[in-house]
Write a protein that binds this ligand. Structure first.
Ligand code: NAD
Ligand code: GLY
Length: 367
């Protein structure tokens, strides 16, 4: 078991990472005493995760009054309606401010539950128990919570930190291979923006990672959580360096919204967006085209991901969707690009012609 701390003063918290944590009663007792308030627990999960892990999670909180809410699975249900389902349950059962919500699931459950916690009675505690690779390396850490709007991805939300994150690596054994790959796209992001040797290590160990090798997965989760904790401690509300964690996301979110939530997995659109960001970085002379080709090769060939975005999104549609990106400042688009492998940077003066060139070449980027 390893703990990474997110250093945010009184809002700081531990991320506990290890195998078998959900069955560890010693850990449960420590968290119960040192982290949680003495109130009731409500576990929020979905209809895919519940049959797999709800019983275990309830047993983890065995010494507490513990209830559960089971939401519909899927990105298409990451809506205010799902948040309302949580409010309905809490209000109709008179849960008070000492209640702790526990998010048991992937990034969708985590983001919805965090937002419900941020807003119920003006804020109650919550705990993240992430069950996908993507959630263990990214979404459960850092306090971005929220839901989608039909006009844009993650457009309604709040920064609200959990009280702790419990990442039990055993739960990854039931994760479909497609979801492991999607998580690896977010993992790659950390190497690309901050740690070149990690990026190259990922490429060299791709086969074991795609197969979900538990020892390597634990190493990867630790490295990503350490990087994310550092970045969030430096810039909790994304006024600077935290924006780098959005590498590939300006393009990716546009693809996710344009294709309808759930058609492509979030991590899959991040992979497409990362190749687009690498192409744009090379086009403006920030990185060598050979580096852009290497990034595509690792995502496409080593990890087996689709990196070519759907052909039916027009350039006008991309530009319209990207104009709502949360990084836009006074109508000016800002992109997270690469100065080098291992060095992300914010670009706010991209010439429209260069952006359009990347969008036009979408089916043959970095070849
Ligand atoms: P997800 O939550 O939809 O989970 C993927 C699928 O795997 C779902 O069907 C889920 O029910 C299932 N699942 C979960 N755990 C499982 C397990 N252990 N075994 C078998 N199946 C399991 O998707 P995700 O990739 O975890 O998260 C994507 C979401 O996270 C997106 O909505 C994205 O916007 C969000 N996100 C948020 C942040 C943040 O900082 N808050 C960061 C990155 C992504
Ligand atoms: N996933 C991007 C962030 O947490 O900032």
């Amino acid at each position: 078991m390893l703990t990474v701390n997110v250093e945010l003063g009184e809002r700081g918290y531990p991320i506990v990472i290890g195998a078998g944590l959900l069955g560890d009663q010693g850990l449960a007792a420590r968290i119960g005493q040192e982290v949680l308030r003495q109130g009731k627990i409500v576990i929020v999960t979905n209809d895919v995760v519940a049959p797999l892990y709800l019983e275990k999670a309830v047993a983890f909180f065995a010494d507490r009054d513990c209830a559960s809410i089971v939401l519909n699975d899927g990105e298409a249900h990451k809506t205010l309606a799902a948040v309302d389902t949580i409010y309905d349950f809490l209000l109709s059962n008179k849960y008070d401010r000492h209640t702790t919500l526990v998010a048991l699931g992937g990034g969708v459950v985590g983001d919805i539950t965090g937002f419900a916690a941020a807003t119920y009675l003006r804020g109650i505690d919550f705990v993240q128990i992430p069950t996908t690779l993507l959630a263990q390396v990214d979404s459960s850490v850092g306090g971005k919570t929220g839901v989608n709007h039909r006009l844009g991805k993650n457009m309604i939300g709040a920064f609200y930190q959990p009280r702790c994150v419990i990442a039990d690596t055993d739960v990854l054994s039931t994760l479909p291979a497609r979801e492991i790959r999607a998580g690896l796209a977010e993992v790659t992001k950390y190497g690309l923006i901050r740690d070149a040797s990690f990026f190259h290590w990922l490429g060299d160990h791709a086969a074991q990672l795609v197969s979900g090798d538990p020892v390597l997965m634990a190493e990867v989760i630790q490295t990503c959580c350490r990087i994310k904790a550092e970045v969030v401690a430096e810039d909790e509300r994304e006024s600077g360096v935290r924006a780098l964690l959005n590498l590939g996301h300006t393009f990716g979110h546009a693809i996710e919204t344009a294709t309808g939530y759930g058609t492509w997995l979030h991590g899959e659109t991040v992979a497409m967006g990362t190749v687009m960001a690498a192409d744009l970085s090379a086009r403006i002379g920030w990185i060598d085209p050979e580096d852009a080709r290497l990034i595509r090769r690792i995502l496409e060939q080593n990890f087996g991901m689709t990196v070519v975005p759907p052909a039916d999104i027009t350039i006008e549609r991309y530009l319209d969707l990207m104009a709502s990106d949360k990084k836009t400042e006074q109508g000016k688009l800002r992109f997270i690009l690469l100065n080098a492998i291992g060095q992300g940077a914010i670009a706010s003066d991209i010439e429209p012609g260069q952006l359009v060139a990347t969008l036009e070449a979408a089916d043959r980027l970095c070849e």
